[in-house]
Design a protein. Structure first.
Length: 233
């Protein structure tokens, strides 16, 4: 089904404004080791692997949360399918990275998806893979607590509020906003992954990075095509 709009107007303005606001922080996060305070491109060996595992796990969790409302509410079945693929693949990769962090370094990476779910108390039945119970009642996470004593930086809290807002958009606006957000979000992951071949200590992490580059590059091309075909004259 093609739902091309003659004029996107305020909807595209919203999509692009949110995408621009997100692109800057995403690239900064993609370059930074979150706990070490050093850019990933200045780290190597085990220090790089630790920072990469922490940062990419959080980055993937954000993608999972962004994709959920699309699975539930998008107009185009092909976009619903892609969002489901993103959720499944990145949830699986998060689990793998958390396991590597424990096995290689005795390091416990928080379950960021579960933490984000906890920050949405109006939706206790939210599924972790593709589903969402009571998504229409999702509230903006204004008064966030810190589950288990582990909070999120203010920038990530802002991102959580933005993701809650995705549930409130009508289906066509949701699609335009999601595509405009996920394209640069994927690009941020690719930029991180491109550092791994020369800097990672573990071959497993290098292989994961190569898989991320291949899969998310293909998804970017697909999403760019849909955005142009469906929503941009």
């Amino acid at each position: 089904m093609n739902t091309r709009w003659p004029k996107l107007g305020a909807s595209l303005a919203l999509a692009l404004a949110v995408a621009v606001a997100t692109l800057g922080p995403a690239r900064t996060q993609a370059q930074m080791g979150p706990m070490m305070g050093q850019p990933l491109d200045q780290l190597s060996g085990d220090d790089f692997d630790k920072a990469f595992l922490m940062e990419m796990s959080m980055h993937h969790a954000m993608a999972v949360m962004m994709a959920r409302p699309v699975v539930a509410n998008a107009v185009h079945q092909e976009l619903r399918d892609l969002a489901g693929t993103i959720i499944a693949a990145q949830t699986r990769e998060i689990a793998q990275m958390r396991t590597w962090a424990r096995d290689w370094y005795g390091m416990e990476i928080p379950d960021h998806v579960a933490m984000m779910d906890m920050m949405q108390p109006s939706n206790p039945g939210m599924a972790s893979e593709g589903g969402h119970a009571g998504h229409r009642s999702m509230q903006k996470p204004g008064g966030m607590t810190k589950p288990g004593g582990q909070g999120m930086p203010m920038g990530q809290m802002h991102d959580m509020s933005m993701m809650a807002d995705l549930w409130e958009l009508p289906p066509n606006r949701l699609e335009a906003v999601f595509l405009s957000l996920m394209i640069p979000h994927h690009q941020g992951a690719i930029e991180m992954a491109m550092l791994a071949p020369d800097r990672a200590a573990h071959q497993e992490l290098k292989d994961l990075a190569a898989s991320i580059i291949a899969s998310q590059s293909g998804e970017i091309a697909q999403m760019n095509g849909w955005l142009a075909s469906w929503y941009i004259l």
